[in-house]
Design a protein around this ligand. Structure first.
Ligand code: ADP
Ligand code: MG
Length: 277
């Protein structure tokens, strides 16, 4: 319904029987080992993600927080299906995404959308805003040029950007506006899960708050589930229901955001909290 398009690309549920599980995503004992090439052709194993487990209850936000290099983006890329896990499982609607055939993987990519950090880095500078947001619709063969333009206008409205932005290019927008465009593009395919990897980290605090409010509004309006990845605990407090604290590839503490903030158990978490300005 929400696409408002002739929806020829029929949606498959990830689960063959169309089951919707309580946790839209469940990550179980996920690990990632990178082979690092050293001198003299020797290679060493480096475990960037080590035995990571968490869930995203449908319609809620789970945050993964940790310092730079702790393995957050590697987790994000594995959950997006962009990087293969060395060990463990990623269940989407109870189905391990590594077992999906090509057609179901294509469908999975439609239902789980990313928003990355740097709006310059994630938007193609050669694409104007219309083409940027229309692209996923074209790739998935949805609608015709007229219905797609209508959809792009609706999406711009949803992220509170004027339709006149359509003919502009990313470099002609502010950082906050570019991130709104990235959100509109992520919503184009009516996803269920949005993976935000440092999605507000490049923005100043005032614009950060506006984008976080927009994400929260869209969540309650559309029933979205978020995996929210950030190095910034202050941001976690504003958006997350549950938080996982990552250190050197491992989750060292996890719980509801209120519990972790009010009653941290680990020294590492206490140190992170003490560092919030
Ligand atoms: P974060 O997002 O928390 O900053 P990353 O997931 O980007 O951390 O990286 C975690 C660790 O894995 C880092 O030490 C990084 O250098 C390493 N790493 C990430 N991607 C690769 C790769 N493709 N090959 C080798 N090492 C990698
Ligand atoms: Mg990262």
């Amino acid at each position: 319904k929400s696409l408002g398009l002739d929806d020829s690309a029929e949606l498959l549920a990830a689960h063959p029987d169309g089951v919707k599980t309580e946790n839209v995503i469940e990550v179980k004992q996920l690990s990632k080992v990178f082979k690092l090439r050293g001198a003299l052709g020797k290679s060493t194993d480096f475990k960037a993600v080590d035995d990571v487990s968490f869930t995203i209850p449908r319609g809620t936000t789970t945050a993964v927080v940790g310092e730079s290099g702790s393995g957050k983006s590697t987790v994000a890329r594995m959950v997006l299906g962009l990087e293969k896990a060395t060990e463990g499982q990623i269940l989407f609607d109870g189905v391990d995404i590594t077992t999906l055939n090509r057609k179901r993987m294509f469908d999975f990519r439609r239902r789980v959308q990313p928003i990355f950090q740097d709006p310059y880095g994630s938007l193609d500078p050669m694409y104007n805003i219309f083409r940027t947001i229309e692209e996923p619709l074209r790739v998935h063969g949805i609608g015709n040029s007229k219905s797609r333009e209508k959809k792009v206008r609706e999406l711009l409205d949803q992220v509170s950007l004027p339709a006149s932005m359509m003919r502009r290019y990313p470099n002609e927008l502010s950082g906050g506006q570019r991130q709104r465009v990235a959100i509109a593009r992520a919503l184009a395919l009516d996803p269920e899960v949005v993976i935000c990897d440092e999605a507000v980290s490049a923005l100043d605090v005032l614009v950060q708050a506006q984008i976080l409010n927009l994400l929260a509004d869209l969540q309650s309006e559309l029933g979205l589930s978020y995996l929210f990845i950030t190095h910034d605990l202050a941001v976690v407090r504003q958006i997350a229901d549950e938080v996982c604290v990552m250190q050197k590839g491992r989750i060292v503490e996890t719980g509801s955001t209120d519990d972790v903030f009010d009653n941290p158990q680990q020294e590492y978490t206490k140190a992170l909290l003490a560092a919030i300005p």
